[in-house]
Ligand binder design. Structure first.
Ligand code: XIL
Length: 316
């Protein structure tokens, strides 16, 4: 059939999906595309399951935003990726500025992961349990988790998540691990150690926030290095940005870039699916984060399919 998810499934993948956010769900023209599970068989909440949204003060949990996305996935017959349990960003200040002993922060992580993952038990295909643990040079990010607990914190979070929902696939997710180099090696070494230690880990997420003309040539090779360990992999946050306003030649290159990224996943059996980090330039996070850049999604500002869409179709 036609539609990105229908094509992905016909080709043996579990899903083609998209991120979405609560504020966008009142846009009927947008949701008409989002809700079409021929295009999207999986959704990820862009913000509403993050720590600042779900446990803004210690021990007080708010799930209304996350529930709205989870209920939408259920209504649409879409898989759900949970995003995320432990990340240095979008942390409430009681965590980021907390003065914790190792024992206290362990309890904080366990309680957060356990309560969050339990709340969505049975509704989530996969959880990004740990997000962005590494700096680009492959050293550990010096966040509150690492500063207090060192390299032990991913295992604390993963074990709590497994206990809370034994059927959810547990992922570590990061960016700039898509090319061979220090950061990909650091991630490989981390997951090898977790496996050796018997810590529950099922997958690695490759964010894939790329720049037009700069898709790394080693991406498929890196994916295969992870699946060789018995893990699944997924493209979790794909977008390919360019200088705005985008030129016709940039949009033509973007089509090729989308095709090559999706093709890398198609070529690797253990790559279960592809998620774009929202499908339209109307709601992309890119312009507000990367000054002067945007036009990163397969649908334009007016919800019209771009050449990039054809690039994805060509690979599926
Ligand atoms: C982004 C959201 O899309 C934005 O709305 C928010 O302001 C910042 O975070 N890596 C991630 C995502 O893992 O959680 C980020 O999402 C994009 C980069």
């Amino acid at each position: 059939g036609t539609g990105l998810n229908a094509l992905a499934k016909a080709a043996g993948k579990l899903y083609f999906g998209t991120a979405t956010d609560n504020g966008e769900l009142s846009d009927a023209a947008y949701t008409a595309i989002l809700d079409n599970n021929k295009e999207f068989g999986q959704i990820t909440p862009a913000n509403s399951m993050k720590w600042d949204a779900t446990e803004p003060t210690r021990g007080t949990f708010t799930f209304s935003g996350g529930d709205q996305i989870a209920n939408l996935a259920k209504a649409n017959g879409q898989l759900l990726r949970g995003h995320n349990c432990v990340w240095y960003n979008q942390l409430p200040s009681w965590v980021s500025n907390g003065q914790f002993t190792a024992a206290d922060l362990t309890t904080v992580i366990q309680n957060h992961c356990s309560t969050l993952v339990s709340h969505y038990k049975g509704q989530v295909y996969s959880w990004d349990v740990v997000n962005e643990p590494f700096n680009d040079d492959g050293t550990w990010r010096q966040d509150v988790f690492y500063n207090v607990l060192g390299t032990t914190y991913p295992a604390i979070a993963l074990k709590a998540a497994r206990a809370a929902d034994p059927n959810a696939k547990l992922y570590i997710n990061d960016y700039n691990i898509e090319q061979s180099g220090a950061k990909a090696t650091a991630m490989l070494n981390l997951v090898k150690q977790l496996i050796a230690d018997g810590v529950p880990i099922d997958g690695v997420g490759f964010q894939c926030h790329f720049i037009v003309g700069e898709v790394p040539g080693t991406f498929q090779t890196v994916l295969e290095q992870f699946t060789a360990l018995g893990l699944e992999v997924a493209i979790t946050e794909l977008d390919i940005r360019t200088t705005t306003p985008a030129s016709q030649s940039a949009l033509a290159q973007q089509q090729k870039d989308y095709q090559s990224v999706v093709q890398a996943c198609m070529n690797v059996d253990g790559c279960v699916g592809i998620t774009v980090w929202d499908f339209t330039d109307k709601y992309s996070w890119v312009p507000s984060t990367f000054s002067g850049q945007g036009a990163a999604c397969p649908w334009d500002q007016n919800l019209v399919k771009k050449l990039a869409y054809n690039g994805i179709v060509a690979a599926l």
